[in-house]
Design a binder for this molecule. Structure first.
Ligand code: ATP
Ligand code: MG
Length: 384
């Protein structure tokens, strides 16, 4: 088998992690005719429930990794905090994409920002905070800022807004005195993201940018294609994401999140070595979804460019919508045209927990926005 030979449908693809991203990957891979093997410690994980096989064990479990490498012809990951050691061990036996080195960059905000700089992509002014002296010697122009743990943050967790050096010191201690990054708080005009796929042959395809609205640090709404974004800005974001993928010799699906500042400049925020919440619009709005690209890239199948056939608005469905454990009125929402409900099969609804998403597609973005507003109202989601 040459390095670039495709792994034909019928083979088994493995995924580390059994959350909703893994579940949507399994859906796409199974539709292509692959079997799926999910490794996740949770007995009731969204992806583990629907895969042909679920290895229920820790990510560093010797036997589990052995079974994954032996049972799958290629392996990918659905979250960035999988131990680098697990990817390294798997890579000795089976093709792993993205590779451990690229995933390691996404696990650490300081490394991530250094990588942006290396790729010529601007990011927020920042400093690494890992001791009290770093706080005392901090440049004044980084305040007001946002202190973020360098590792293991998601959905705005592990972050504190700080306005002064004293607040910074208190916030750093409150976050456990671990290695952090302080970023200057920027005046954002909006946020966008680019999702791309890069093949083992170096070919890259990308989706038009998504426009994202966050609430309390969690993605609430995505509109696609991004409204109010000039073509030249979209091109700059696309070129920046491609430069990062190429520099990292990345294989698989990569998302880069950007801030658009009031002066029209672009700042990379962070990246994810996998399909992204903002890219969920591609399931119902494009002929090839981000999850199908993930399967194709790891299986070394061709990556022809996507066609956006239906502009879309995506609403995240958080656990807050389940009041007194009662599910929202799905029938009321599904009565609206162009609504696509995606529930992840999670049984426990907790505030802030991503339970599913609703995509609304239409022939124009304006039409999709109108239906999405109505759907949001019926669900009790705040207007935008
Ligand atoms: P996720 O992994 O879910 O994307 P996260 O926990 O890694 O989230 P960030 O992406 O760093 O968090 O930040 C979450 C949101 O907070 C951003 O999308 C943005 O709205 C806001 N934010 C973060 N950093 C800054 C900054 N330097 N200036 C202004 N706003 C910011
Ligand atoms: Mg983010």
């Amino acid at each position: 088998m040459t390095a670039h030979a495709a792994i034909a449908p019928g083979a088994t693809l493995g995924v580390l992690g059994g959350g909703q991203l893994g579940r949507m990957f399994v859906h796409a891979a199974q539709r292509l005719g692959y079997r799926c093997l999910v490794l996740d410690p949770d007995a009731d994980s969204p992806a583990g429930r629907i895969a042909e096989r679920h290895l229920r064990c820790d990510y560093l479990d010797e036997q589990g990794l052995e079974a994954l490498a032996g049972g799958a012809q290629a392996v990918t990951t659905e979250f960035e905090n999988v131990p680098a050691e697990a990817l390294r061990r798997l890579a000795e036996r089976v093709p792993v994409s993205p590779g451990g080195a690229a995933v390691a960059v996404c696990q650490d905000r300081a490394l991530e920002k250094a990588t942006f700089a290396r790729c010529g992509v601007p990011c927020a002014p920042h400093a690494v905070i890992d001791n009290e002296a770093a706080i005392r010697s901090l440049s004044e122009n980084l305040l007001p800022g946002i202190l973020k743990t360098a590792q293991l943050g998601y959905d705005g967790k592990g972050q504190r807004r700080v306005d002064s050096r004293d607040e910074l010191a208190a916030a750093w201690r409150a976050l456990g005195s671990v290695r952090c990054v302080l970023e200057r708080r920027l005046d954002l005009a909006c946020e966008i993201s680019v999702v791309l796929a890069r093949g083992v042959d170096g070919g890259v395809i990308s989706f038009a940018p998504f426009r994202n609205l966050h609430r309390d640090g969690i993605l609430a709404l995505t509109q696609w294609p991004a409204p109010g974004i000039e073509a030249s800005l979209a091109e700059r974001a696309d070129a920046a994401a491609r430069a990062i993928a190429t520099t990292l010799e990345y294989v698989g699906v990569l998302c880069v999140e950007f801030f658009v500042l009031r002066d029209g400049s672009l700042c990379a925020n962070e990246m994810a070595p996998r399909p992204h919440n903002s890219g969920h619009c591609t399931i119902d709005g494009a002929d090839i979804s981000q999850f199908e690209y993930q399967a194709r890239a790891m299986a070394r199948l061709p990556l022809p460019g996507p066609r956006l056939h239906s502009p879309a608005v995506m609403l995240n469905l958080l656990g807050d919508l389940w009041r007194d454990d009662a599910a929202p009125d799905w029938a009321g929402v599904l009565a609206l045209p162009g609504t696509h409900l995606h529930l992840y099969g999670k049984t426990q609804a907790r505030p802030g927990r991503k339970m599913g998403h609703l995509s609304v597609t239409a022939s124009t973005l304006t039409a999709a926005q109108a239906v999405a507003r109505e759907a949001a109202q019926r669900l009790g989601i705040a207007a935008w």
